[in-house]
Design a protein around this ligand. Structure first.
Ligand SMILES: C[S@@+](CC[C@H](N)C(=O)[O-])C[C@H]1O[C@@H](n2cnc3c(N)ncnc32)[C@H](O)[C@@H]1O
Length: 273
């Protein structure tokens, strides 16, 4: 059965050279029974070919390739998810039950990642709620790699006044913008279609749920965006790569959560002076 998260993993894996094999074999094995059409310009067939090659199976050709509609597959698998006491993710096309969590975040994922179907998203959301419960959620927040904008939506709902949500993927930017409006949080959330090096602000809290190789590449830029004494919430990697990520960022670990071998951490930036 085609699973949207796993498909996305395949896509990211195919663009990440050295990490391709690990991600494809660990996360996508057996996940893909059909080729999804990504629409004009999206290299769906090429990605699936790479995946099959890496998995050692015969590469499907011609009529073996079944074009299926991505969005309808995805809609079928997206269910209301109670992530934590206060945070619940609700498909945009479903009614919100009034007795659910304080923050019923309505999500229309479109083609973007971040609907709570992956452990890393849920772990980040739980850490955001923990900060909120401890009275440590600041007034400004930056989400690097926002996808659907789910982390910014949660932060905004939990009380953060200004959330910048950045992605280099136009699908992420569009979904984040749409979801901010759906949740009436457009006054708090600023979607940015930018690469991180073009941003100058510093924030008391920065999140990045991005694959490990990207976290390493972005390590310096991420550190530069965090205020002295601020927090950096990281996920997107498994426990086996935790040390690698912590080494690249070079700051002490404050909080840590793990689910199904996936990890999320909050690192603490040193205070200046
Ligand atoms: C795993 S998704 C996370 C989405 C969402 N924040 C969540 O927690 O579910 C990673 C996102 O990071 C984006 N991304 C990857 N590399 C990036 C980079 N160098 N700068 C900004 N965004 C990036 C991808 O386009 C994707 O939307």
């Amino acid at each position: 059965m085609l699973n949207r998260t796993k498909w996305r993993v395949v896509e990211e894996a195919c663009h990440l050279g050295e990490e391709r094999e690990r991600w494809a074999s660990a996360q996508a094995r057996g996940a893909v029974g059909a080729v999804t059409s990504w629409g004009a310009g999206m290299p769906g067939r090429e990605m699936i070919r790479l995946y099959w090659e890496f998995d050692g199976g015969p590469v499907p050709e011609g009529e073996d390739l079944v074009e299926e509609n991505w969005t309808s597959h995805w809609r079928e698998s997206f269910r209301t998810t109670q992530v934590s006491r206060q945070l619940c993710l609700v498909p945009a096309w479903e009614a919100v039950s009034p007795d659910e969590a304080r923050c019923n975040l309505r999500i229309d994922p479109g083609m973007a990642f971040g609907a709570g179907d992956h452990p890393t998203t849920r772990l980040c959301l739980r850490l955001l709620e923990d900060l909120s419960a401890a009275g440590k959620l600041p007034t400004r927040f930056l989400d690097v790699g926002c996808g659907t904008g789910v982390l910014a939506l949660a932060a905004g709902c939990l009380g953060v006044a200004r959330c910048d949500a950045l992605d280099i993927d136009p699908f992420g930017y569009a979904a984040c913008r749409r979801n901010a409006e759906l949740n009436d949080l457009q006054h708090k959330i600023r979607p940015l279609l930018l690469s991180l090096d073009l941003l100058n602000d510093r924030y008391p809290l920065v999140a990045a749920n991005i694959v490990v190789g990207q976290l390493e590449t972005l390590a310096l830029l991420l550190r530069e965006r965090v205020e002295p004494g601020g927090r950096l919430l990281l996920s997107g990697f498994e426990a086996t790569h935790e040390e690698r990520v912590v080494r690249a960022l070079g700051w002490p670990v404050g909080e840590r959560l793990e689910e199904e071998h996936w990890v999320a951490l909050i690192l603490r930036a040193p205070k200046e002076g």
